[in-house]
Design a binder for this molecule. Structure first.
Ligand code: BGC
Length: 770
């Protein structure tokens, strides 16, 4: 947290004066950090134990309390922050209760899950990551902050930077993929964008990075399952993105629901104290995930609520989300001496510090604003940022196949648009888009219709339901949402398929929008299969038989096993869940108004059995060698090895070539730098962008190193025929790794530099670190 607000302190002191003994004013000349500390200390000094404990409670609207009851609790000083209350008009009375009715007038902060946009929905995390475009990602973050703060929100539970290498996990959709470097870059970018130049600015929100830590590595991809991981892997691969967010100044950290090597994160002193605070220097607020403190009992590390509360506060959880255990148990624990009051004080200091940094003591209504300025319609079109959403969404689309240049399409053609996701406004938004309004999202059907503008003919037939499995539909409709959102077309599957086939026969080309409903890639939506559900697969097989060109527009929140599609589709565009303007963005790409430039941030396996399929795996003693089948190498024998689509992969409507890698020298002095460069040329006929990726491989070290690791990348736009030299500077930091003693070292020896347009098709060179 770098934002300190002297003025805020002075104003807050005025606000607080007169309640009890007037606090001493901080010295006007004090440095900002000292002013903040003086302010917080002063306030803390005047709080009762109950008031302190009240500040540690984060409560959800809709958690069983009426708003009136909630206001009374706030007035009694028993709540420090609120989440899931999302409009200025709703938040104002609650802030009134805090500021006017509570004894010390300490303002509340308001938090919400703003994961990929707020009123305007941007592509899901995997989509944003597919852009490899930090400006686009920053834009999504800035718009999110502007919209969230305009709704009276102060903190967002984002970014979600859990490294995910098991696509069975439903929350893969929220994260940014499998690579520590890429995810760390995005973590930094989003924290900066959300928090803006100053966290006390009215249009900034505090980022609360999650889920600390390693939530993406739950065993078997089954949500809430245990994580058991070697320290080396943790430090090397899974922890860097959280650390990047902390170093960028994230004011909050949300603690993960999983256990780590036998200790739940929520009771994990090593994680929250030794690593996060002592080693990384985090001085913000650690917040539990929903109900996680009481879950310590189910984990089997606490006998009862009292022990759970003690474990959590002593481990370093400052605020408890959505359970009453701190409120109920901490007073008794302090009275009996089982928890030192100093432990409570430390947590409260951080919560007050957060509010201070948010500028809330200076103006508790900084983001809520005045009633007179409340939007008449919270969902008004004028509150959306459609252009940003469309431009960002275009960068997130990944062209997986394009045989015979099937794409781009001719807008004068007759197009048969089929599939359960062709006209699915809710699904366009993806999960975790609660402030988004489905009616405001542009579906693929609408996007194509508008882009064709009467020039060609768009035929539409649903063709299939998302799934015919009634049990699955029940499950999806039971998930978080207020109303059932997977609606089944009651017609028999054969009738729907026949209708789609009839449309296909009349058309020049088929566009089939298939994949998952948004709820299939969500919290608690782990899957055992990664294939396109059978109902849709049958539709695709029938369409294929028409012999018409088949374009698949995939919508899904995780890598799918696409072997059939890869063999049978003429073109395939991965669109993830692309948000409010998704339909327009996809149409822009399908008609060639935008040349696709997305690259996969996660490997696509051929089958579930291959998982995990991440590119940067450790080396083994008997590696599989492509083209040399045989016994006794590390492989699966009944299907091809390696991913179907590798990390970093994505096509364009133009072609690019890369020159061999040039190195400025063959040796790298320990404190020097070395330049690796390639010439990138657009050899095709259209302007377009691609991502030049730099990988490094440590040929021999004291511990096993991965086959390669992404270290840098550039997104480059080139006119047809144009070329440019892309230069990367390499220094010792790029060669660092954690050794067996978890020391960060770069060991002398041979390194291979690999530059490519995906992680597999690379050009090599090598150098020595002295
Ligand atoms: C999720 C978090 C989320 C929280 C509050 C939990 O179930 O794991 O990611 O921020 O709910 O909505």
């Amino acid at each position: 947290m770098n934002t300190l607000n002297l003025l805020g302190a002075a104003a807050a002191l005025t606000l607080l004066a007169g309640c009890t003994a007037a606090p001493e004013a901080p010295v006007a000349t004090a440095a900002p950090a000292q002013a903040k500390q003086a302010f917080v200390d002063n306030l803390l000094h005047r709080m009762t134990l109950d008031e302190k404990i009240g500040q540690l409670r984060l409560i959800s609207i809709g958690g069983g309390m009426t708003r009136e009851r909630l206001a009374d609790e706030i007035a009694a000083g028993r709540i420090g922050g609120i989440f899931n209350s999302v409009t200025p008009a709703d938040n104002r009375p609650l802030q009134d209760a805090a500021v006017s009715r509570s004894r010390l007038h300490i303002p509340l902060f308001f938090a919400y899950d703003v994961i990929h946009g707020h009123r305007t929905v941007f592509p899901i995390g995997l989509g944003l990551a597919s852009s490899w475009d930090m400006q686009a990602i920053a834009r999504s973050g800035r718009v999110s902050a502007i919209e969230a703060s305009a709704d009276g929100l102060d903190m967002v539970f984002a970014p979600m930077v859990d490294i995910t290498r098991d696509p069975r996990w439903g929350r893969t959709s929220e994260g940014f993929g499998e690579d520590p470097h890429l995810v760390s870059e995005i973590a930094r970018t989003l924290v900066d964008a959300l928090q803006g130049e100053s966290t006390s600015a009215a249009d900034s929100v505090m980022a609360s990075v999650k889920h600390f830590a390693l939530y993406g590595a739950v065993e078997g991809g089954r949500d809430y399952n245990v994580v058991d991981m070697s320290p080396m892997r943790m430090y090397q691969d899974y922890l860097p993105p959280y650390r990047a967010a902390v170093e960028a100044g994230a004011g909050g950290v949300m603690v993960a629901l999983n256990s780590i090597n036998g200790v739940p994160a929520s009771a994990n002193r090593w994680l929250l104290q030794d690593l996060l605070r002592d080693d990384w220097g985090f001085d913000g607020v650690a917040i539990s995930d929903h109900g996680a403190i009481s879950e310590l009992i189910k984990h089997g590390v606490a006998r009862d609520g009292r022990e759970a509360a003690r474990l959590a506060i002593e481990a370093g959880i400052d605020m408890s989300m959505a359970d009453a255990l701190y409120l109920q148990e901490l007073p008794g624990l302090v009275a009996s001496g089982d928890v030192a009051e100093a432990t409570i004080d430390a947590a409260v200091r951080r919560v007050l510090g957060l509010k201070y940094d948010l500028g809330l003591f200076a103006d508790p209504y900084l983001r809520i604003g005045k009633a007179a300025d409340d939007p008449a319609d919270i969902n008004a079109e004028s509150r959306l940022h459609r252009q940003a959403a469309r431009e960002v969404a275009r960068t997130s689309l990944v062209l997986l196949e394009n045989r015979n240049r099937t794409l781009p399409l001719d807008r004068h053609a007759t197009i048969a648009l089929v599939g359960p996701l062709a006209d699915a406004p809710i699904d366009m938004m993806g999960s975790w888009s609660a402030a988004g309004v489905a009616g405001q999202s542009v579906t693929l059907r609408e996007g194509l219709q508008q882009a064709m503008d009467g020039k060609g003919t768009l035929l539409h037939a649903r063709g299939a339901n998302i799934t015919d499995d009634a049990h699955m539909v029940d499950y999806l409709n039971f998930l978080n949402w207020d109303r059932p959102e997977v609606k089944q077309d009651p017609r028999p599957a054969e009738v729907m398929i026949a209708e789609a086939v009839a449309a296909a026969k009349r058309a020049d080309v088929i566009v089939a929008a298939v994949g998952e409903s948004r709820g299939m890639s969500h919290e608690s939506s782990s899957r055992t299969r990664l294939t396109i559900p059978d109902s849709q697969r049958k539709l695709l097989e029938a369409l294929k038989k028409t012999g018409k060109p088949l374009v698949l527009v995939l919508m899904n929140g995780r890598p799918l096993a696409l072997t059939w599609a890869q063999q049978n589709a003429d073109a395939m565009l991965e669109t993830w869940f692309s948000g409010t303007e998704g339909g327009h963005a996809i149409a822009d790409v399908l008609f060639g108004d935008y040349n696709p430039s997305g690259k996969l941030p996660i490997s696509f396996p051929r089958s579930v059995g291959q998982i995990p399929t991440y590119y940067n795996h450790l080396r083994v003693g008997r590696p599989f060698v492509e083209g040399k089948p045989g016994n006794y190498t590390s492989q699966y024998f009944e299907e091809p090895n390696g991913p179907l689509y590798p990390f970093g992969y994505g096509l364009s409507y133009t072609d690019f070539s890369l020159s061999p890698v040039r190195l400025s020298q063959r040796t790298l002095p320990r404190d020097g730098t070395l330049e690796a460069s390639v010439t990138l040329r657009n050899t095709g006929t259209r302007a377009g962008a691609t991502v030049v990726q730099l990988y490094i491989r440590d040929e021999s070290a004291s511990v096993i190193r991965p086959v390669k690791e992404l270290k840098d990348f550039r997104k480059v736009h080139l006119e047809p025929g144009a070329s440019t030299v892309v230069r990367f500077e390499i220094d010792r930091n790029d060669l660092n790794f954690f050794d067996a003693q978890l020391r960060r070292v770069a060991e002398p020896g041979e390194f291979s530099v690999q530059i490519g347009l995906d992680s597999e098709a690379v050009r090599h060179a090598s150098f020595k670190l002295l």
